[in-house]
Design a protein around this ligand. Structure first.
Ligand code: HEM
Length: 462
């Protein structure tokens, strides 16, 4: 056989092998009544396309298959739902067999008793405890003074410096969260936590390969250290009658919704992980959008200066002050929406589930994809414009298709706390500083919102 013929037959064989693999993967997942879609390559599915094309990957699929379609990405077959009514139905009907279905690595880092991993009565009990510890009454009485004190001091000495807002909002989010969890614990407690937490968060996004050197392995080691630190503090607190104004004490002493030590530890790690990126990214994007929209910047400054002027020097911000930050709240919602800080939620079918006339097989994941709803022109006029004023109409926040904080029995229990923390950061930042962006900042909005080189700004005293 001549060389060209060998090459020809070789290429044909390779091509046929590729086609056979693609076909095999389609057949493997084919079942009657399933949503339309393609499954890509065995194991890898269409993960490469998913990352390369970003949000367009989903948009192209919707154009081809409709609002409910199947894909294979990130190691799992997934049904993606872009229909707002069906998404709402999924969030409101966990009991029909669609429970939270977050990746293995995430669940391994936050623990088997974390709130996302439990259902039914256990979920109700843990949620009851968390809602009390993080809810409006706890914020007003216990948490607000802590947030105000540590947020304010975190912003000290920024004038005349170039500050990476992304890095700083992350650092602040963690630092303030730790003070909220256990304000008066020793600095060695806080230092030990700080040293391990970074690896733990990286572990939540890793491939679950447990061999030394992997992010997953390092994450698990960090988790063990965090457990040891928290166990020690819990034992100390259980043995003492002294009470503390922090989240740990609220979880420990809630008689109506009692939690074991193991459950408390997993909830502490869960709230640290849940609030960390959502809050810091929303704060960063609010700063970015305000920088680019001087009219909104002026409006938010006016709001915060009016609050500042109504107070004595160094008087702490109160719950009523937070309630008066109505434009700030609108800015937060608009930043969450426009940047799509949360793209959606993941569910897993515990049994074969019927959804909009299709069958979702047991074990499959369902992605409640809300990103495109955020840009729906029927809900948000000129959806790609930063317009916080739209949220001044309170009906928009309670619109049935607003799922930025989830919905149903899994609606974010940290919503009020998150909004208050971002509002207080904006209050202290706006009233103390002006800032200009340094050239070269870049923003990525998919698969997560981030500034790969940081969001660097030059800060001056206001
Ligand atoms: C801007 C800030 C935040 C956003 C956008 C946000 C968003 C969300 C969303 C969309 C869900 C639903 C997830 C699902 O259905 O699977 C959720 C759940 C949750 N969030 Fe948040 N969150 C924020 C801040 C926080 C904070 C600060 C905390 C804790 C201090 C927190 C703790 C939780 C917890 C524990 C759940 C699980 C609730 C359950 O399963 O019952 N979140 N959040």
């Amino acid at each position: 056989m001549s060389i060209p013929a060998i090459v020809y037959y070789g290429l044909t064989l390779t091509f046929c092998a590729f086609l056979a693999l693609l076909k095999w993967n389609e057949i493997r997942y084919r079942r009657k009544g399933m949503p339309p879609g393609t499954m890509g390559w065995p194991i890898f599915g269409e993960t490469a396309g998913f990352f390369k094309k970003g949000p367009n990957f989903m948009k192209n699929k919707r154009a081809r298959y409709g609002k409910l379609f199947k894909i294979h990405a990130l190691g799992s077959p997934i049904v993606v739902c872009m229909d707002p009514d069906v998404n709402r139905y999924i969030l409101l009907n966990e009991a029909k067999g669609l429970v939270p279905g977050y990746p293995v690595s995430m669940m391994d880092m936050i623990g088997s008793r974390n709130i996302f991993a439990v259902h039914g009565v256990d979920h109700k009990r843990i949620r009851g405890s968390l809602s009390t510890a993080l809810g409006p009454a706890a914020i007003r009485v216990h948490l607000l003074p802590i947030i105000d004190k540590y947020t304010k001091s975190f912003l000290d000495n920024w004038a005349g410096k170039i500050i990476d807002i992304q890095e700083k909002t992350k650092e602040m989010s963690f630092l303030v969260a730790m003070r909220l969890i256990a304000e008066n614990e020793s600095s060695s407690f806080h230092d030990a936590f700080k040293a391990t937490f970074h690896d733990l968060t990286l572990g939540t996004m890793s491939l679950p390969i447990k061999i030394p050197g992997t992010s997953y392995y390092r994450g698990l080691k960090s988790r063990n250290k965090v457990i040891a630190i928290l166990k020690e503090v819990l034992a100390k607190r259980r043995a003492s009658s002294t009470t503390h104004d922090d989240i740990l004490d609220q979880l420990l002493r809630n008689e109506a919704c009692k939690l074991s030590d193991e459950e408390i530890i997993d909830q502490i790690i869960t709230i640290l992980v849940s609030g960390y990126e959502t809050e810091s990214t929303t704060s960063m994007m609010a700063v970015k959008y305000l920088h680019d929209h001087p009219r909104a910047l002026q409006a938010i400054r006016d709001e915060h200066f009016a609050i500042q002027q109504s107070k004595k020097p160094d008087e702490q911000l109160s719950w009523d002050d937070c309630k008066n930050m109505t434009f700030t709240r609108a800015v937060i919602f608009e930043a969450l929406r426009l940047a799509s800080v949360v793209s959606g939620s993941l569910r897993k079918a515990t049994t074969d589930v019927q959804l909009n006339g299709f069958t979702i097989p047991k074990g499959w994941r369902v992605c409640v994809y809300i990103r495109e709803i955020n840009y729906d022109p029927f809900i948000y006029e000129e959806p790609f414009t930063f317009n916080p004023w739209r949220w001044m109409d309170k009906d928009l926040e309670s619109h049935k298709h607003n799922m930025m904080f989830g919905g149903g029995s899994r609606m974010c229990p940290g919503k009020d706390l998150g909004i208050v923390r971002i509002s207080l950061f904006l209050h202290h930042f706006m009233t103390r500083y002006r800032w200009e962006e340094v050239e070269g900042n870049k923003l990525l909005k998919f698969p997560r919102v981030e500034a790969p080189n940081g969001l660097n700004v030059r800060v001056e005293q206001y």
